[in-house]
Design a protein around this ligand. Structure first.
Ligand code: PLZ
Length: 443
């Protein structure tokens, strides 16, 4: 377990005086465009706890946005990455290769869905992986159009901004955006006009109709979707939606890309969220949870598609850095050893039970959803489905003050999301949920 004591402790105001001092220095030198959810400066972190420079210990319900699933100082990650650091920090895989990169690609071939022959390419960030999935799909299909979905999030680079649906804060003022990107409806059950039962079938029919009529299936290189939409509000596409879209892609020679950057690597209680409905993507993008906090991302997929790009067409100086690869191998080792899929399922059971009890007493909790340790509640105005971003912000603030780090998300800013490290102890999980429940009741 982590060296950081696994207990919540609030000994100063949050943020405390040392954090406030650092925040003043930060404001003077760090660009204002880079925000922070909670300007509490970290001293160390591990298990389910973030300890700040003032000695406060926060229960971590964020995992650095779904990254530190194995904890922020997992033994196997630290051990393997430290050993690699001492051996060599970098050669550039495109100059002289090393085994760790190959081992990560072997692990990805083993763990991702489907029995077909698979290959991978490694990168540094999620956005870079998504960009490369588009390059590969275009090279393979010799087509240009890319289809994405309402409420989708894929990154902050120019192409991935175009793929991302939400204007503020991701896109506003940063255009012009990349061309040949088309957005279609997604099966958002809670807000579907005819109700969640009809949503999967109706939304997939609408999406397919729009692709066919507005873009032309023959022009589409790739359809990219998050099997559980993350930044957009932890929306699980209603049952039937993903298989219908995947089948449409297959029937029309379109590369079906699952963006599992947030939902992958045990986060939803399965290695990948698309397994839930038996969907086998052609390409899958991963990052975040893959390397226990070190920057690594991948595109994995059918060998014939992955090999479509010409030699030298894919790469980057740091892609698949040896220390990050060592971290990934440590992270995957930990996931297997501790059976973190089972842990994620247990977290879902505890969270959903506790949140359902809160919902019974508070009618601003409109929806409880998500899978595994990717759970959210959507807050609405009493007696309506009108988004309630004010209450969401107030609940998050109250949680922070009490030493529980929660994050928000959603197109309407009204979703409170819970992404604890999968290694969090059940006592901490329950204590964090006590605080969340009190915060909601007080709002
Ligand atoms: N695809 C599905 O969730 C990153 C973004 C945080 P990078 N999500 C967190 C922020 O505000 O910048 C993400 C994702 C999905 C792609 C990405 C992009 O991954 O590693 O942030 O580039």
């Amino acid at each position: 377990m982590s060296a950081v004591p696994q207990e919540r402790r609030v000994v100063t105001a949050i943020p405390g005086p040392k954090s406030q001092e650092l925040q003043a220095r930060r404001t003077a030198t760090v660009a204002g465009g880079v925000g922070s959810v909670l300007p509490v400066f970290t001293a160390r972190a591990g298990g389910g706890i973030i300890e700040d420079v003032d000695g406060n210990r926060l229960i971590d319900f964020g995992s650095g946005i779904a990254v530190t699933s194995v904890g922020a100082s997992a033994e196997a990650v630290v051990r393997r990455a430290s050993a690699q650091l001492a051996d060599f920090t970098h050669t550039c895989f495109m100059v002289t290769p090393y085994e760790g990169y190959v081992e990560v690609c072997e692990a990805l071939a083993e763990l991702t869905p489907g029995e077909h022959e698979k290959k991978s390419a490694l990168f540094n960030s999620g956005a870079e992986a998504v960009e490369n999935a588009v390059k590969i799909a275009r090279a393979y299909t010799k087509r240009q159009a890319v289809v994405v979905f309402d409420h989708g999030y894929h990154g902050r680079t120019n192409l991935t901004m175009a793929l991302t649906s939400k204007n503020m804060p991701y896109k506003n003022g940063f255009g012009p955006f990349a061309p040949e990107v088309y957005r279609v409806p997604v099966a958002y059950g809670y807000r579907w006009p005819t109700g969640p039962e009809n949503c999967g079938a109706e939304a997939s029919a609408q999406a397919i109709d729009q692709i066919s009529k507005q873009v032309g299936a023959d022009n589409v290189a790739a359809i990219i979707i998050e099997p559980v939409l993350g930044e957009g509000g932890f929306i699980e596409p209603a049952k039937g939606f993903l298989p219908a879209i995947a089948q449409f892609a297959k029937d029309n020679g379109i590369v079906f890309v699952a963006d599992e950057i947030q939902s992958g690597f045990c986060r939803t209680g399965q290695w990948f969220a698309c397994e839930d409905e038996g969907v086998v993507p052609d390409l899958i993008t991963t990052a975040k949870g893959i390397a226990g906090g070190l920057p690594l991302a991948a595109v994995t997929g059918r060998a014939e598609i992955m090999d479509a790009a010409h030699a030298g067409g894919l790469g980057g100086t740091y892609g698949g850095n040896p220390v990050a690869c060592a971290g990934a191998l440590g992270s995957i080792e930990t996931m297997k050893e501790l059976d973190l899929n089972a842990k994620a399922k247990r977290i879902e059971e505890v969270m959903k039970g506790r949140l359902a009890a809160v919902q019974e007493k508070c009618d601003i909790v409109g929806d409880i959803r998500g899978r595994g340790a990717m759970i959210a509640i959507e807050l609405v105005k009493s007696g309506t489905k009108d988004p309630n971003p004010e209450a969401t912000a107030a609940v998050a603030k109250a949680c922070h003050a009490a030493g529980v780090l929660v994050l928000t998300c959603g197109t309407y800013g009204n979703v409170l999301r819970f992404l604890p490290p999968l290694v969090i102890g059940e006592d901490l999980l329950n204590e964090g949920l006590d605080v969340v429940a009190e915060a909601i009741a007080s709002v």
